[in-house]
Design a binder for this molecule. Structure first.
Ligand SMILES: Cc1cc2nc3c(=O)[nH]c(=O)nc-3n(C[C@H](O)[C@H](O)[C@H](O)COP(=O)(O)OP(=O)(O)OC[C@H]3O[C@@H](n4cnc5c(N)ncnc54)[C@H](O)[C@@H]3O)c2cc1C
Length: 360
């Protein structure tokens, strides 16, 4: 939908073909726009893409807000990265060195300073870093706002699944359950998340997109009125080497996530237990919250954790494989698809996103 929006900004007429536009990974996502707190060793190119996309976000949101009054849950309160025990603290200290190396700005706080800013934090924490530039939004709200904005601007929405994309311009056809749409003088952007792996027609031989589901359990709870706001910043932590995040929403709820596993798509009881135990270890007051739901989403993973973004045929662009950072990377992915279609220079690091790089 961000891609639809950016094509409209560039003057294109847009058709969104999706049976249920807010049902995929986006429905489950945390919504951290966090190039720094989410940094991982050995992912230099991904870091550059994430930084660039974070830079584009404020302007994108400002432009979207011209076409819809719906909220996005965007918050710029920042993020705290916390090590729980001493070993976790050493882990965070190592990460700080890496963040400095990658030119990612962070402020080291004493635990006293951190607890003055966020009194709900446990006194039993060993290392805290404040990251002002890591923001967040609520993906479900944002997706609804985007859908509203693109429809307000005249996009057509066909609530159907694409079965194949065949042919070449000017006879490029998009086949759906309900019929065929000829896409002459058009650009088709294949942005169906994991679903892109099962849409044939545009490639010869084996599908070059090596997408796999990486499941994530995420819990949502409501903070009782008397404890509001429990925290104002996103809290990202390591607890006995396990990763956890707690995201405060504007509606008084918290999202607590997320696992990363490749077994089955149902929420796993042990995962819920781990998430809640680790979240309570960092913010004990979470014990007092009301449980809302647990869901499990499937991230569209790729073998090297980088997206697939580029031309894959005559007038077809693939834009998928956004894995753990697709909410953040959507700003750059959408912009890049328009730049490709209009022959504009691309952000240089996008070379690494060649959709054919894993073709056998
Ligand atoms: C638990 C969890 C937490 C996450 N947290 C974050 C986070 O904090 N920050 C972040 O940046 N990212 C996060 N992510 C990752 C992020 O959610 C994904 O990378 C992103 O949502 C991918 O967006 P997408 O539009 O490519 O795919 P999806 O959101 O999966 O959407 C795919 C769409 O394609 C449609 N579709 C599928 N097949 C077809 C077809 N044949 N025809 C037509 N339409 C089709 C579907 O209906 C769906 O609407 C998280 C993911 C999970 C699961």
């Amino acid at each position: 939908m961000t891609t639809c929006f950016e094509f409209q900004e560039a003057g294109y007429q847009v058709t969104l073909i999706d049976p249920d536009p807010i049902s995929g990974a986006t429905h489950h996502a945390g919504g951290m726009l966090a190039p720094t707190a989410e940094v991982q060793y050995q992912q230099h190119d991904l870091i550059l893409l994430m930084k660039e996309s974070a830079r584009l976000y404020p302007d994108l949101l400002q432009r979207v807000s011209k076409y819809t009054d719906l909220p996005t849950g965007y918050r710029t309160d920042g993020t705290l990265l916390i090590g729980a025990d001493r070993a976790d603290g050493m882990h965070v200290a190592e990460l700080i060195k890496y963040m400095h190396l990658k030119d990612l700005p962070v402020d080291v706080l004493t635990t006293r300073q951190a607890r003055a800013a966020e009194p709900a934090l446990s006194p039993r924490i060993s290392k805290v870093v404040s990251i002002d530039g890591d923001h967040q939004l609520s993906p479900r709200l944002y997706a609804r706002a985007l859908l509203d904005a693109i429809l307000q601007r005249g996009a057509e929405h066909i609530a159907d699944a694409v079965i194949s994309i065949d042919g070449h311009d000017p006879c490029l056809t998009v086949t759906m359950n309900s019929g065929v749409r000829v896409a002459s003088k058009s650009v088709v952007v294949l942005a169906a998340g994991l679903g892109a792996a099962s849409i044939p027609g545009w490639f010869e031989g084996a599908n070059p997109l090596q997408l796999r589901p990486v499941y994530g359990d995420i819990v949502r709870v409501r903070v009782p009125e008397r404890l509001q706001p429990m925290v104002t910043k996103v809290v990202r932590g390591f607890v006995e080497d396990r990763q956890i995040y707690i995201i405060p929403r504007t509606d008084g709820t918290l999202a607590i996530g997320a696992t990363s596993r490749e077994d089955h798509p149902q929420p796993r009881t042990g995962a819920v237990h781990d998430l809640l135990r680790d979240a309570i270890r960092l913010i004990p007051g979470i014990e007092e919250t009301e449980f809302i739901e647990v869901t499990c989403g499937a991230r569209p993973g790729t073998p090297d954790d980088l997206p697939y973004l580029g031309w894959v045929g005559s007038n077809v662009i693939a834009s998928t494989g956004y894995f753990r950072h697709g909410i953040l990377l959507s700003a750059l992915g959408a912009r890049a698809a328009v730049d490709m279609a209009t022959n504009q220079p691309l952000f240089p690091t996008l070379d690494v996103c060649d959709p054919f790089r894993h073709q056998i």
